[in-house]
Design a protein around this ligand. Structure first.
Ligand code: MN
Length: 251
């Protein structure tokens, strides 16, 4: 099996190393990842500058681009081999609810949707400054892939996997979830640079608002691995009849 790995925390990130270590026994790995932290890059492509690739180690490629650039480049030009699976992560931080709109980790997984195979974005959800148990997320990723090999999913899926930041033995199990929603984010933080000019930091994400049973937030809070199947179709299908009627009746 040939597995393509990427992330948004950058090629030197501990979570990516941990993922590569864990998945090495499953087949041949190729890593194509941003040369620096591109968290929050979402599904962005670099269109105004060329991408440069540095082969940092056998099978490891650093790109001066986003996670989407990396996966796009890997599957449509850079690599001659066809990959069976794309896995992104292990991200340092949760990708729950509305986080998926901003996440480069999730975007990298979404970019592989045209391969027609399932794809996984894996994140460790933690409180505080940094994740401690990347190995837990990496092991969960390996076990999910192992299960997919033994018994394929009913259809190809983009799976958004969030794992509590605890030792593996403390996980309660796995749950299929839907995305919840967050409260609006914390306000931007105003500061100034050494020359007295104003600068701003984007604030922290808000707490879970729609975080009841069945959501990704709820599973994580209860100590379970959250597995959410994502769809790329953002259409609000339920609103179509009402919009159709409103457009037709417009004065
Ligand atoms: Mn990240």
């Amino acid at each position: 099996m040939k597995i393509l790995l990427s992330n948004d925390d950058g090629i030197a990130a501990e979570g990516l190393r941990s993922l590569a270590d864990s998945l090495a026994s499953l087949g041949t790995l190729t890593v194509v990842a941003p040369d620096r932290n591109r968290s929050g890059a979402s599904n962005s492509l670099t269109l105004d500058a060329p991408l440069r690739v540095i082969n940092t180690a056998p099978g490891w490629y650093a790109v001066n681009g986003t996670p989407t650039d990396c996966v796009h480049l890997a599957i449509s030009g850079l690599l001659s081999e066809v990959h069976d699976l794309v896995v992104t992560g292990v991200n340092d931080g949760a990708n729950l609810g509305d986080d998926v709109l901003y996440s480069g980790t999730v975007a990298g997984a979404i970019e592989a949707r045209f391969l027609g195979l399932s794809t996984l974005a894996v994140s460790v959800a933690h409180q505080g400054p940094g994740a401690q148990y990347f190995a837990t997320g990496a092991r969960v990723a390996r076990e999910l892939i192992d299960s997919m090999i033994r018994q394929p999913l009913p259809e190809p899926m983009i799976l958004n996997v969030n794992v509590p930041d605890v030792p593996y033995a403390q996980l309660k199990g796995l749950r299929a979830t839907r995305l919840g929603f967050r409260h609006r984010s914390e306000p931007t933080v105003a500061s100034s640079d050494p020359r007295g000019r104003p600068v701003y930091w984007i604030g922290a994400p808000g707490a879970g608002q729609d975080a009841g049973p069945g959501t990704d937030f709820h599973a994580i809070a209860a100590g379970y691995v959250s597995v959410t199947p994502l769809s790329v179709d953002l259409t609000r299908h339920g609103a179509l009849p009402g919009l159709d009627a409103w457009l037709a009746a417009r004065p």
